[in-house]
Design a binder for this molecule. Structure first.
Ligand SMILES: CC(C)(COP(=O)(O)OP(=O)(O)OC[C@H]1O[C@@H](n2cnc3c(N)ncnc32)[C@H](O)[C@@H]1OP(=O)(O)O)[C@@H](O)C(=O)NCCC(=O)NCCS
Length: 162
């Protein structure tokens, strides 16, 4: 398995992994899958910033990770939010860890100050993954969202980068 910066031709594989999470999990709090054009546009913003990575295994994209501004106002400009998604049939093989390592390194090299992960509070795999990299639990917002008719709590985890 190798991790490399994402390329424009990864858009369809990334979209498929993202849409699977939208349709089947509470990891992403939307019910609306991306169409191919939206997938290209979404990835392009990350490619421009150099903030998208993919893991390749057996010649296929097995997962991706991105970071981008946590909030839009300029006062938040040194704080990035990350996302890591691994194809369901490749969970538990170290791919999420390899992706998050690449992402944290890239964000540090870009001079960002803090990385935030917003995680559905019952997502044990993601919480464990982030703990492993030194992210600290800074709070949980009860009933911050809703999906599949269930109110969801949002756990925020924070990693200092500088
Ligand atoms: C969260 C996710 C990215 C982890 O990726 P992964 O490749 O499966 O993770 P790794 O194999 O690198 O394992 C990382 C750590 O998480 C632990 N872990 C993995 N799956 C777990 C689970 N279901 N429950 C608890 N811990 C779990 C591993 O044991 C490992 O910890 P360790 O080193 O202490 O043993 C992956 O499960 C995923 O894509 N989930 C769906 C999308 C998602 O929830 N993304 C995060 C949104 S915030």
């Amino acid at each position: 398995m190798t991790v490399r910066p994402a390329r424009p031709d990864d858009a369809e594989a990334v979209r498929s992994i993202r849409n699977h999470a939208i349709e089947h999990s509470t990891a992403l709090w939307t019910d609306t899958p991306q169409n191919p054009a939206q997938g290209v546009t979404w990835l392009a913003a990350h490619l421009e910033r150099g903030s998208a990575f993919v893991a390749e295994a057996d010649g296929e994209v097995a997962g991706f990770a991105v970071y981008g501004p946590w909030r839009e106002l300029e006062g938040y400009r040194h704080t990035m939010e990350n996302s890591v998604y691994v194809r369901e049939d490749r969970h538990g093989l170290g791919i999420g860890s390899a992706l998050l390592a690449a992402l944290v390194t890239a964000a540090r090299e870009a001079g960002h100050h803090v990385m935030i992960a917003g995680i559905e509070a019952e997502n044990a795999a993601s919480i464990r993954l982030h703990e492993r990299f030194g992210f600290q639990h800074v709070g949980t917002v009860p009933e911050a969202g809703i999906k599949f008719g269930r109110r969801l709590a949002l756990t925020l985890m924070r990693l200092p980068l500088t």
